[in-house]
Structures are given as structure tokens and as C-alpha cells.
Design a protein around this ligand. Structure first.
Ligand code: AMP
Ligand code: MG
Length: 315
């Protein structure tokens, strides 16, 4: 069998940069979920991402860069955008800004929009690739479109096999849930997708009340109703599961003697729950479980992002 999964040695990081240079695809770990990377300035490379993920072309890609300084070559950063980038980069925050004049980002990567979603990831392997490659990398989550994101190298292999040249194995992702996407094009900043950085953390920096997303205009397909879905049917906010359901619970009180139960954090740690959720959904699919019930998750901190994802998984 062709070798696809590689350890992130400096030799392999160099190999990854060479693959990107030739418009190939490299999957790599980030602190959120695994990304499927391609050169963001090449239409040919970026098209491969859409093709292999079976992603609709109207769903633009997050562009990863090594620094705020580099990001400014591709997007316009006003005071609040700069402020948020200074505070949270490198890290799990994606900033939606207007494209700068002369931005070389492929218009296929941004679905022909005048905006670009930029992020500097903090995972050392992702940062090393970005520093070695020196150009921006388009990297959506490394999973088939609409399904559960990958949080380890073998999840990526399960979805794409050796159709991608290289998967760098950088262990599990710390957060396990996608980045927060914030539209910072005006003073009315808006969260387009809840994620690892919470609304309260953003408020502390900007001192601006975040505009509630009104749900009418789909600016970001991460807002699509059904997304992040396993094959199994999912019910959420369940206190008492049905006999034929596999129960995913949280916190110590939820263990009510149901036979097929997995508790993703008996200590009630939402970070831990987020970290383990996608792997659990993928495992249950591979066990051919048809029905999943999930206990209520507190709607605070990263719990908001968890509730957002499981709600879409349940549609
Ligand atoms: P993924 O990396 O697959 O989790 O998806 C990235 C999310 O970022 C998607 O929901 C995209 O729609 C969103 N996104 C990326 N670029 C833009 C953009 N230019 N405008 C609006 N949303 C964007
Ligand atoms: Mg995705």
C-alpha cells in the first residue's frame, strides 16, 4: 500500500511544502480539527479540495497564514480586526475581512466573494508548514463535505485514503471543534459560526455587543442547517434515551443505567466533551450504530459551539 500518513519530522514538513508547491494536497493537524491544505493562490490546487471533499463551489475556504503581517497582504484589517488578531492569533479564531486590492488568493477559494476568511493556527505542525511554504494555504476541515470533521490522522485516511499525497500525523487536536468565525468588516461585528473562542472572550477584547446572526442570509455555509452529520440519526437534549439509542452523556448525573452509554466528561468539562465529540460520532458510525441520543449540554462557553454542531448533526 502507498504510504500516506507521515510523522511531522522536519524532513516531512519540507516534503509537505514541496507537495503544496506542485499544487498537491496535504492534510495536517490544527488545534481545532485536521485541515486539508492546498496552495491558496492556485486555482488548480484549490479546485482539487472541492473535488475531493465533494464540497459545493459556493462554500468558500478558510485561508491559513503564518502571521498577521502576512494576512495583511490578502485582507484589509481595520482597528477591531487588528485588535482581535493581536489577541487571538495564533489560535482558533477566523476573521472575515474584505479582500485587499491585489490580493492573490484564488477567487475559487473565496467563491468569487470580495471577502476572505483568514486564520493563523497555533498547532506547531500547521505553523511549521505555513512558515516553510511561505504562501497562504486554503484548508477546510479534512473530511467529506457535510460529515463529521476529522480530529486524528486516521479519520482523514478513512475519508480520503491515498487520494491525498500526504497526511501529517500530529496527534489529536486540542479543541476538537472548528474555529469561531467572526465577520469584522464593520463596527457591527457578527459571529458567523460559534467555535473554540467564545462570545464572551471576544466581547472582552472589543467591548462591542456582538450582533446576533439573524439567520436570513447565509453568509457562511458553516451556517447551513444540516452539517457536521454522522450517518446515524441524532436526537439532542435527551434526558431519557430510548432502548434502541446509543446515549452520549455529559456530567455525572446523566449516567441513568442505560446500557449503551458513553460519558464524554463525567466531571462536566465542556472542553473535554468538545475534544472527544467528533471521534465518538465517527466511532459510533463505524460500529454501525443507527440511533444516537445526546444529553443536554450547558449553553455556555464552548457549550454554545457544541450545541450548534449537534443541532445541525440532528437535522
Ligand atoms: P470549514 O473549514 O469546512 O469548516 O468551513 C469554513 C467556513 O468558513 C465555511 O462555513 C465557509 O463558508 C466560511 N468562510 C470561508 N470564507 C468565507 C468568506 N469569504 N465569506 C463567508 N464565509 C466564509
Ligand atoms: Mg468543514
Amino acid at each position: 500500500m502507498k504510504k500516506t500518513i507521515y510523522m511531522p519530522s522536519s524532513k516531512n514538513i519540507e516534503k509537505a511544502a514541496k507537495i503544496l508547491e506542485k499544487n498537491g494536497l496535504v492534510a495536517f493537524p490544527t488545534e481545532t480539527v485536521y485541515g486539508l491544505g492546498a496552495s491558496a493562490i492556485s486555482d488548480e490546487a484549490v479546485s482539487k479540495i472541492y473535488e475531493i471533499k465533494k464540497r459545493p463551489f459556493h462554500n468558500p475556504l478558510i485561508i491559513h497564514v503564518a502571521s498577521l503581517e502576512q494576512a495583511k497582504n490578502y485582507g484589509i484589517f481595520d482597528y477591531q480586526a487588528e485588535n482581535l488578531a493581536q489577541k487571538f492569533w495564533p489560535g482558533p479564531l477566523t476573521l472575515l475581512v474584505n479582500k485587499s486590492i491585489g490580493s492573490r488568493i484564488s477567487s475559487i477559494a473565496t467563491s468569487n466573494l470580495q471577502t476572505v476568511a483568514l486564520r493563523v493556527p497555533s498547532h506547531p505542525v500547521a505553523l511549521e508548514i505555513l512558515k516553510k511554504y511561505k504562501k497562504p494555504i486554503a484548508a477546510p476541515s479534512a473530511n467529506l463535505s457535510g460529515t463529521v470533521s476529522a480530529t486524528n490522522a486516521s479519520h482523514v485516511f478513512d475519508d480520503f485514503g491515498d487520494n491525498i499525497e500526504m497526511i501529517l500525523d500530529g496527534d489529536k487536536c486540542t479543541h476538537g471543534i472548528e474555529s469561531t468565525i467572526v465577520d469584522v468588516r464593520s463596527e457591527n461585528i457578527q459571529i458567523l459560526r460559534e467555535g473554540a473562542i467564545t462570545k464572551d472572550q471576544i466581547f472582552k477584547i472589543t467591548k462591542l455587543e456582538l450582533d446576533a446572526y439573524d439567520g436570513h442570509k447565509i453568509l457562511s455555509p458553516g451556517q447551513l442547517e444540516k452539517h457536521y452529520s454522522p450517518k446515524a440519526r441524532v436526537r439532542i437534549n435527551v434526558k431519557k434515551p430510548n432502548a434502541d439509542e446509543y446515549f452520549i452523556t455529559f456530567g455525572e448525573k446523566n449516567n441513568n443505567n442505560h446500557v449503551n452509554t458513553i460519558n464524554l466528561s463525567s466531571t462536566g468539562d465542556l472542553q473535554k466533551f468538545a475534544h472527544r465529540l467528533y471521534a465518538c460520532l465517527r466511532d459510533l458510525d463505524s460500529m454501525n450504530i443507527k440511533k444516537i441520543a445526546i444529553s443536554p449540554i450547558p449553553h455556555q462557553g464552548i457549550g454554545r459551539a457544541i450545541n450548534d454542531r449537534i443541532k445541525r448533526a440532528s437535522k
